[in-house]
Design a protein around this ligand. Structure first.
Ligand SMILES: Cc1cc2nc3c(=O)[nH]c(=O)nc-3n(C[C@H](O)[C@H](O)[C@H](O)COP(=O)(O)OP(=O)(O)OC[C@H]3O[C@@H](n4cnc5c(N)ncnc54)[C@H](O)[C@@H]3O)c2cc1C
Length: 399
C-alpha cells in the first residue's frame, strides 16, 4: 500500500492541471491514469480556447476561460513548454438573416456587459481571414480567443506537475475505492493499492463509474464529439472558425430534458442543428468538427455526420469543397445533465472533490478549473465563483 496526501483519478487536462497547481502549493499528490496522459478527450479535441474577456462582473465562465488563457500563456512563455499556444482570435460565420439579427443583439448585450466582441461585415472579416466565403452575411469577431495543441498542452501540465514533485502514474486503472468515515481512502488499481486522506475525481466522461465505486450518483454522461482533418496545407487559416447556426438554435431551444444535457446536435439519431468549429494546426492540417451526440461510450466516428460537417465547413470556407477528408476521429466529452461544470467538494464523503462537467469546452476551461479546485483544497475555502459549480446541486447518494 503506497500512501500519499492527495490522490487524483484521471490524467486529462482537468486532473493534470489540478495536480500541477496542488504540487505548486507543495502538496503531496499522486495522479492515477488508466492509459496515457491525454489519451481521451483532452488529447483529441480541436484545441480551441474560448475567451471573450472578464466582463464588468466576472462570473464562473469568465474565470474559467480568462484564467485558463493566462495559465496556457504562462505554460508556454514562462515555463518554456512548446504547446503551440497562439492568441489567434476567432470568427463565427453568419449565414442567414435570422442569425444576423441574433448575433447583432448578442454583440450589443455582451459589449454592454464589458466583453470584447465585435460584429464585422464580410469584407472586414475577409481582410483578416481571406478564405471566408463572400456569401456570408458577416462574422462575430472574438479577438481574445486562442488555440493550442491539446496533446502537447495536457502533457505539459503533467510534466510541470512532475517537475513540482507530483507523481504521475500511467496505466493505473482505478478499479475499487474503499472509504470508511475518518479513515483514508484506499484505492485499488490495476498496478497496486494507494491510500490518501483526500481524493479528487477528474475522470471526465467516466466520472459516473468512479462515483458508483463510492456509492454516489454523479450525473455526467459521455457525449461523442467527432472531427476530421485534411492533409497538411501551407498556411491558409489564421483564426479559429465557427458558425452561428447552432448558437441561434440552442438559444431558442437548448434541447435538454432530465436524461439529456443541453446543447447537443442530435436527439437520438435525428439531427437538430449543425455545429461547426475548426482551425489549421501547426502541421498544416485543416481540422473541423461539431457533432455532439449521446451514443453511450461509442467512439467510432459517424461518416454521415462527418460529411454534413465537411459540407458546412465548405459553405464558410469554399476552398474546403475540393479538399478531401484525410482522417477522422472521435472522443467523449463529459457533459453534466444540466450542462454546467461540477467543481468542488462532494459533501456526502469526507475530503472528496470533483473537477468535471467541462463539456464541449473543457480544453479551454480545464486549466483554471484545476487551479480553482487546487485553491479550494489547499486553503479549505471555496473560491466564491465555484458556488455556481457546487456538486451539491446534483451529486446524490445511491439509495
Ligand atoms: C472531438 C472533440 C473536440 C473538442 N474540441 C474542444 C475545443 O476545441 N475546445 C475545448 O475547450 N474543448 C473541446 N472539447 C472538449 C474537451 O476536450 C473536454 O471537455 C476536456 O478534454 C475534458 O477534460 P477532462 O480532463 O475532464 O476529461 P478527459 O480528457 O476525458 O480525461 C479523463 C481521464 O480519466 C481517465 N480515467 C477514467 N476512468 C479512470 C479510472 N477508473 N482510472 C484511472 N483513470 C481513469 C481517462 O482515461 C481520461 O484520460 C472537445 C472534445 C472532443 C471529444
Amino acid at each position: 500500500m503506497i500512501e500519499t496526501e492527495i490522490l487524483i483519478i484521471g490524467g486529462g487536462i482537468a486532473g493534470a492541471s489540478t495536480a500541477y497547481h496542488l504540487a505548486q502549493y507543495g502538496r503531496h499528490v499522486t495522479l492515477l491514469e488508466r492509459n496515457d496522459i491525454a489519451s481521451e478527450a483532452s488529447g483529441v479535441n480541436a484545441g480551441a480556447i474560448g475567451a471573450i474577456g472578464w466582463g464588468n462582473v466576472p462570473n464562473l465562465e469568465s474565470y474559467l476561460t480568462m484564467g485558463s488563457l493566462e495559465i496556457f500563456k504562462s505554460l508556454q512563455v514562462e515555463l518554456g513548454y512548446d504547446i503551440e499556444f497562439r492568441r489567434s482570435g476567432s470568427l463565427q460565420a453568419i449565414q442567414t438573416e435570422a442569425e444576423y439579427a441574433y448575433i447583432q443583439r448578442r454583440v450589443l448585450e455582451l459589449r454592454s456587459q464589458g466583453y470584447t466582441v465585435d460584429l464585422l461585415s464580410t469584407q472586414e472579416a475577409q481582410m483578416i481571414e481571406p478564405a471566408l466565403s463572400p456569401a456570408l452575411l458577416g462574422c462575430l469577431y472574438m479577438p481574445l480567443r486562442a488555440q493550442a495543441d491539446p496533446q502537447k498542452a495536457t502533457r505539459a501540465f503533467a510534466s510541470a506537475a512532475e517537475r513540482s514533485g507530483a507523481h504521475i502514474l500511467m496505466s493505473h486503472e482505478v478499479t475499487r475505492i474503499q472509504s470508511q468515515r475518518d479513515d483514508p481512502y484506499r484505492v485499488e488499481t490495476s498496478q497496486g493499492s494507494y491510500q490518501a486522506a483526500t481524493l479528487v475525481i477528474a475522470a471526465g466522461a467516466w466520472c459516473g463509474g468512479v462515483g458508483a465505486m463510492l456509492g454516489l450518483r454523479i450525473p455526467i454522461v459521455p457525449v461523442r464529439g467527432q472531427m476530421w482533418a485534411s492533409d497538411p496545407l501551407p498556411p491558409r487559416l489564421f483564426h479559429t472558425i465557427s458558425a452561428a447556426e447552432s448558437s441561434l438554435q440552442w438559444h431558442t431551444a437548448p434541447g435538454n430534458d432530465p436524461q439529456t444535457p443541453p446543447y447537443l446536435t442530435h436527439r437520438g439519431h435525428q439531427r437538430l442543428t449543425r455545429h461547426l468549429y475548426g482551425r489549421q494546426t501547426h502541421t498544416g492540417e485543416i481540422i473541423f468538427g461539431g457533432d455532439r451526440q449521446l451514443v453511450e461510450y461509442q467512439k467510432k466516428p459517424d461518416s454521415a455526420g462527418i460529411e454534413v460537417n465537411h459540407g458546412h465547413a465548405a459553405e464558410v470556407l469554399p476552398f474546403l469543397r475540393e479538399l478531401p477528408v484525410a482522417r477522422t476521429w472521435a472522443g467523449l466529452m463529459p457533459f453534466a445533465l444540466d450542462g454546467a461544470p461540477i467543481i468542488g467538494r462532494i459533501a456526502q464523503c469526507p475530503h472528496l472533490y470533483i473537477v468535471s462537467g467541462l463539456a464541449s469546452s473543457g480544453f479551454g476551461r480545464g486549466p483554471m478549473a484545476g487551479k480553482l479546485l487546487a485553491d479550494y483544497i489547499h486553503t479549505s475555502h471555496r473560491p466564491h465563483v465555484l458556488a455556481e459549480a457546487d456538486p451539491v446541486r446534483c451529486v446524490t447518494q445511491v439509495a
